[in-house]
Design a protein around this ligand. Sequence first.
Ligand code: AMP
Length: 204
Amino acid sequence: MTASATGSARFLIVGPQGSGKGTQGVLVAEAFGVPQVATGDIFRANVAGGTELGKRVQAIIEAGDLVPDALTSELVRDRLEQADAAQGFLLDGYPRNRGQVDDLAAFLTARGEALDAVIELDVPRRESIARLHDRAVQQGRTDDTEEVIANRLAIYERETAPILDVYREHGLVVKIDGVGTLDEVTQRIFEGLATRGLVAGAAA
Ligand code: AMP
């Protein structure tokens, strides 16, 4: 099976914390047979494992601030160079600002590759805050406290949301209403991708 009707499936999923992008990203990646690469998950695994990288980023993550671009982009490049990402990937949580957008573009261009779609999960602020509070109760993440949540959402609005304008200019953004049941939102994503000829599992 190939990644999509066009032969590749290089996706970003972008949305505020609490938009459900982690869950949806896994489902889309599985359907297209590409790895889901979530920088937040990679950082958290390193913190939990007590690695050198984990020690460098722990305090930054606990404050809800952004890890420096150079470190984050290197981590992503290393991951995307692995064989399982040759036909595609779904990036969740990266890029998160303009510098990272440029880093990713430089990496892909050097490889003769390009993004196929940027999935924007649109969720109103009050809804994502409510979902983050629920998750804080359920998972007990150290960066899901009231103060840190506010910082993370402020960074999203200031630095991350504007990257969608860059991708919109390139005609890459598939905007999805993220309010609804998990299944409804998944369905909308597949329909949105299909309008661009991106159909999971289709023959090349
Ligand atoms: P997330 O699970 O995507 O919300 O990420 C958790 C935390 O990891 C963020 O609050 C940041 O501290 C860090 N992080 C994840 N992705 C990035 C990124 N692309 N750039 C900088 N920091 C990141």
